[in-house]
Design a protein around this ligand. Sequence first.
Ligand SMILES: [Zn+2]
Ligand SMILES: [Zn+2]
Length: 139
Amino acid sequence: MTERHAGGCLCGAVRFSTTAKPGPVVGCHCSQCRRQTGLYYAAADVAHAALSIEGAEAIRWYRSSEEAQRGFCSNCGSALFWQRDGSAQISVMAGAFDAPSGLVFGYHIFCADKGDFYEIADGLPQYDGNPPSSSSPAS
Ligand SMILES: [Zn+2]
Ligand SMILES: [Zn+2]
């Protein structure tokens, strides 16, 4: 049996699916993610080659830093993707997945930059910046 994970933006213009198991959900608490999402970014890595996207023409890409860009729906504004330049992985926003998502929250990064109006109290690992070894989302 093939596992399938699918999702899309709020208006439905962009839909994605993958048969690869997404990685753990990573919460990024940096200021860029806070501004983009309104709270903090939560996304799971999926192998780019295993992700198929419908409605890709509706995606707009915003270059948020020298190393990455962020994809969002140009119609409804939903944040969907974080793509590090040259990476074989693409981070897909956890909230965009259809339920049941099968996703598991893993850990939090850039906690040193988190907003001052909430606490991270789920008991999962917290890192001030990027985790010790990784290609996880950064600003
Ligand atoms: Zn949309
Ligand atoms: Zn971030």
